[in-house]
Design a protein around this ligand. Structure first.
Ligand code: FES
Length: 130
């Protein structure tokens, strides 16, 4: 059975969508089931996450973990966001059924990829301007 928190984030996700001028975008696929999650983020000049959205083509647990990871890192710095693990996200949702734990693997991984994308875009811009 899903926890109340999982059901709440699945039924009423707060962060679904895209950010057209995102600073970083990360996509992660789940090899177990083929589901996909994409995270878009924007940061301010202090590297604080000011906006974050997700698109998840997956099950209810994947949607709930996507929404929870967005909620957890909004307003945090990139370094703080890098500390968020898949296990922490599942815990914040009061756990997932054992056969759904693999669904939580998308959330933090997609977030970390979006942060890496942001950093590599930055490096490219730096290299181009020097
Ligand atoms: Fe694919 Fe849950 S069944 S992420």
């Amino acid at each position: 059975m899903y926890s109340e928190k999982v059901m709440e984030h699945f039924m009423n996700p707060r962060h679904v969508g895209e950010i057209s001028d995102a600073d970083g975008v990360g996509t992660e696929g789940n090899p177990v089931c083929g589901d996909i999650m994409r995270i878009y983020l924007k940061v301010d000049e202090e590297d604080k996450i000011t906006d974050i959205k997700f698109k998840t083509f997956g099950c209810g647990a994947a949607i709930a973990t996507s929404d929870m990871v967005c909620e957890m890192v909004l307003g945090k710095t990139l370094d703080e966001a890098m500390q968020v693990t898949n296990a922490v996200v599942a815990e914040a949702l009061d756990g997932l059924p054992p056969n759904k734990m693999h669904c939580s693997n998308l959330a933090a991984d997609a977030l970390h990829k979006a942060i890496e994308d942001l950093k590599s875009r930055r490096q490219k811009r730096k290299a181009e301007s020097s």
